[in-house]
Design a binder for this molecule. Structure first.
Ligand SMILES: Cc1ncc(COP(=O)(O)O)c(C=O)c1O
Length: 494
């Protein structure tokens, strides 16, 4: 039975406050709690209504921000509304608005509202999804979401995984499992394509692979890992006494969207007894569409797969995922049972998610995925992901027909790279790089869109990554037209 508080705390005005804060110091009255939450929700809804009319980017220099914000913490509190209003006015808008419909740089993201509300609820309920005893509801929900992912990927019943802070953390956990499966060799090596995300190089450093044994494998003309080159490196390493631990493949390379030859890699890794780790952090959720499933065929043969729901599955940061084909291979290295945690063992069939990765205290990340999928249904997610695939293909068609633009890496998943490079004009690569730098700068300062650059085959290129569910074809088209316009200006001065 719950104890009743005998002396409910008195409400008082915090110094300078207009709303009541309870006298025990760190609690608010129910009215003030609702008022603050409602004001936050209103600010977010207003922001989402205004987002498309604003620029995709805003930011400020350090001195300016330090002048405003670098203050000692106040000894007495301020009015909660005043604090919230300051955050909303002075801090939060100074960011790349990754969920802007014209946010095409890096890998953007556009969270759904139920996902945002889920994070608020999970924080308010103060859930720690470390183990079953501490959070059975959230642990079961994580089992549900992981099982959805398992089925979408075409993984067998033996597979399982965990939600992580993001793709980098998921790859780190995956490579720990790979090293354990390889028998923890003294001198191990990890292979990755030259288009691989820097997260793998970091993970390889953290798991203690010597820098010279983190092998970058050249890619072919389609920016996919060259399996022949990989095979030669593996043979050479084995001859020198170095034991291959894992091959990291891309299912959606960040720069080009390229998908490595997954089936060929699966055959190679199976014949060599090497762990195949697939980085599908950006591209993986394409598997919920028929087209995506075709593009990513073979992913189901990987030993581990990384997904990022805060990218192409429309969730607020942070939620990545590591899926492992045989979950026991993840639990073996991570399951450690100190006496002081002996009470937390519920029993078989009740996973403790701390047994699957680095983190012990973990937020209830599954809630946002579950709430947004329940709210919109998979049809909504499928449509939004299909739009990204379709708009990238249409962008490529537009670029191919443009007299000013040329593709530098063709549309793959929802990424396309291009640059100002007019047909019939013989301009040196160095000059084209400079022209395109100017175009990127003008897009940044003069156009509402935000795009980033990439260097496919060493050529400075503009890159679109189309993953936001609120992006329309007109958003893509007008951004391409702006690039053409700025390109023509730059060419006129050339
Ligand atoms: C292909 C790929 N892998 C891994 C990562 C790293 O993921 P995170 O930022 O969630 O750690 C990214 C980030 O953009 C990515 O695009």
């Amino acid at each position: 039975m719950r104890r009743q508080a005998e002396d409910p705390p008195r409400e008082h005005q915090a110094p300078g406050a207009s709303g009541p804060v309870l006298s025990n110091g760190l609690q608010m009255s129910p009215t003030a709690m609702v008022d603050l939450a409602a004001r936050a929700a209103e600010a977010l809804v207003r922001r989402s209504e205004e987002l498309g009319r604003e620029e995709a980017w805003d930011g400020e220099f350090r001195d300016e921000l330090a002048n405003k914000l670098m203050q000692d913490p106040p000894e007495g509190g301020r009015a909660p509304r005043e604090v919230l209003d300051q955050a909303v006015a002075d801090i939060l808008p100074l960011a790349l608005r990754l969920d802007h419909p014209r946010s095409f740089g890096f890998v953007p993201s556009s969270p759904t509202w139920p996902g945002v509300v889920a994070d608020f609820l999970a924080a308010g309920y103060n859930i720690n999804t470390c183990n079953w005893l501490v959070a059975s509801g959230a642990s079961q929900l994580e089992c549900v979401v992981i099982d959805w992912f398992r089925q979408w990927l075409g993984y067998p019943d033996t597979a399982g995984g965990l939600l992580t802070s993001g793709g980098s953390a998921a790859s780190l956990d995956g490579l720990v499992a790979a090293r354990e499966a390889a028998g923890y060799p003294e001198s191990g090596s990890v292979y990755m394509g030259d288009q691989s995300h820097s997260a793998h190089q970091r993970a390889v450093k953290i798991i203690g692979i010597r820098p010279e044994h983190a092998r970058l494998v050249p890619s072919d003309d389609a920016f996919r890992i060259d399996v022949g080159e990989l095979a030669s490196l593996v043979t050479r390493d084995r001859a020198a006494g170095v034991e291959p631990i894992a091959v990291c493949a891309n299912a959606g390379a960040t720069a080009t969207g390229a998908v490595d030859p997954l089936e060929e890699l699966a055959d190679f890794c199976a014949s060599e007894g090497i762990w195949l780790h697939v980085d599908a952090a950006y591209g993986g959720f394409a598997v919920v569409t028929e087209q995506g499933k075709r593009i990513l065929r073979g992913i189901e043969r990987a030993d581990s797969i990384v997904l990022d729901a805060h990218k192409w599955f429309f969730q607020p940061y942070e939620v990545g995922c590591l899926m492992v084909r045989d979950i026991s291979k993840l639990e073996k290295p991570f399951s450690i049972r100190p006496d002081f945690l002996q009470d937390a063992l519920w029993g078989s069939g009740h996973p403790n998610f701390w047994d699957r990765g680095l983190q012990m205290s973990r937020s209830a990340r599954a809630l946002k995925i579950w709430m947004s999928v329940q709210t919109f249904g998979m049809a909504g997610f499928r449509r939004a992901i299909s739009n990204g695939l379709e708009f990238a293909a249409r962008a490529q068609e537009y670029i191919d027909k443009s007299p000013v633009l040329a593709c530098t890496s063709p549309a793959s998943l929802s990424v396309v790279c291009f640059r100002v490079d007019p047909a019939g004009r013989d301009i040196a690569d160095r000059d084209l790089d400079e022209i395109n730098r100017q175009v990127l700068a003008r897009l940044f300062w003069e156009d509402p869109a935000f795009i980033s650059s990439a260097m496919p085959r060493g050529r400075f290129s503009l890159r679109l990554c189309i993953v936001n569910h609120n992006t329309t074809w007109d958003d893509v088209l007008e951004t391409l037209q702006a690039a053409e316009r700025f390109g023509k200006d730059a060419l006129a001065q050339y």
